[in-house]
Design a protein around this ligand. Structure first.
Ligand code: TXA
Ligand code: MG
Length: 359
């Protein structure tokens, strides 16, 4: 596991879903596909976060993903496909009417469906489970790479296990330099949080992880309410069964705290940290309150505005990059503002809850 990691960026003008055929002939995609065919790992962009890909049918290749990331062996991977034919190959049983509807509406895109797996998927990919998580990404580089490789790609987020997910090629380099041969750069990930993981095996779909497609969007297509498997439950306030585990999810080194903030309470909040180098991730609504705050309270503080609390898309697209950036500043803590768990807000809050410490 000793590589000279090459970062090859694909020109922005080629990042177009209608240019997949020319992307497939691109030198970098050819190079990446050849490495994957040799059982090597390649990092690539998706619309959610960068992924660390391997041939999903090769237990040996997939085992390296776990090794390179330092990922717990019992955490299964998502399999990325480029077309319906691959879905038929890697699953058994016909698609349910529910799955059909969701695929029709949300693929390609940030929705991962849990289905029964076929033997074409290596046991290592699913951590021994009989089910497989499948998604068709919408990023043209991801689609071109899967097509050119000729097989579905098992790919977790391309970060060291526990760190914030990578939304820029440079984040992957920071985490995996020397551990993989190639990073394909394809610009910043537009959504910025991972896909929604939805189990569609039962009578009613169940959200296992909130993500890029919101509960509300799914409910609109299905016409009824669906539930989450404790994804954002109050359980996160309980002591973890395995101490230390929960604190290393999506976390920078600097401790993160999640708080309700508002324009009216910012002065009082800042007063608690006088003389401390603290960063705040705040919404536009809360940022408005800073104009009324005494200057000395602003000293040593860093403020990152994350957009309106009512349109969480900006918070989602920036949250991991901001956590990584702030981590380099030698701060004592990072305080992130809570936002309503509506739309993408549910995914943002889920990641921040996992990244944060309880005061
Ligand atoms: O947007 C995404 O989903 C990104 C990009 C790269 O596609 N991938 C990603 O992978 O977030 P990862 O490995 O970081 O997260 C995969 C999640 C984990 O929570 C895992 O437990 C769950 O999907 N998962 C995978 N296979 C599963 C299965 N068979 N049953 C239940 N959960 C599964
Ligand atoms: Mg991950």
């Amino acid at each position: 596991m000793d590589y000279t990691t090459v970062l090859e960026k694909i020109d922005e003008s080629l990042l177009d879903i209608n240019k997949i055929d020319s992307l497939k002939r691109h030198r970098v995609i050819k190079m990446a596909a050849a490495l994957l065919q040799q059982g090597e790992l390649v990092a690539f962009p998706t619309e959610t976060v960068y992924g660390l890909g391997a041939d999903a049918g090769s237990g040996e290749a997939v085992a390296r993903i776990f090794q390179v990331k330092g990922r717990p062996q019992d955490n299964p991977l998502i399999v990325h496909i480029a077309g319906k034919k691959q879905l038929v190959d890697i699953t058994v049983n016909n698609l349910s009417a529910t799955a059909e509807k969701l695929i029709e509406r949300f693929w390609p895109g940030p929705l991962t469906l849990i289905m029964e797996k076929s033997p074409l998927i290596a046991a290592e990919t699913t951590a021994g489970l009989a089910s497989v998580a499948v998604r068709m990404p919408s990023h043209p580089v991801a689609l071109a790479l899967i097509e050119e490789s000729g097989f579905p790609l098992a790919a977790p987020s391309a970060n060291r296990s526990g760190a914030p997910s990578p939304t820029l090629a440079g984040h992957v380099l920071d985490d995996l330099k020397g551990r993989i041969p190639l990073i394909v750069g394809g610009g910043p990930c537009s959504i910025g949080v991972e896909s929604t993981v939805l189990d569609v095996r039962g009578n009613q779909p169940l959200i296992l992880r909130p993500g890029g497609i919101s509960r509300e969007e799914i409910e609109e297509v299905l016409g009824y309410h669906i539930s989450s498997a404790g994804a954002i439950s109050k359980d996160s306030n309980k002591k973890p069964a395995s101490p230390g585990m929960k604190y290393r999810h999506y976390s920078p080194e600097t401790p993160v705290y999640l708080k309700k903030l508002s324009a009216d309470t910012m002065a009082a909040e800042l007063a608690k940290y006088q003389g401390e180098a603290v960063a705040f991730l705040i919404t536009d609504e809360t940022a408005c309150g800073l104009t009324a705050v005494a200057e000395e309270l602003l000293e040593d503080k860093v403020f990152m505005t994350m957009g309106s609390r009512y349109t969480p898309e900006r918070y989602a697209s920036q949250v991991f990059a901001v956590l990584r950036k702030l981590d380099r500043l030698g701060l004592t803590r990072i305080i992130a503002e809570e936002i309503p768990e509506r739309g993408l807000g549910a995914a943002v809050m889920n990641r921040l809850q996992k990244a944060s410490l309880k005061e």
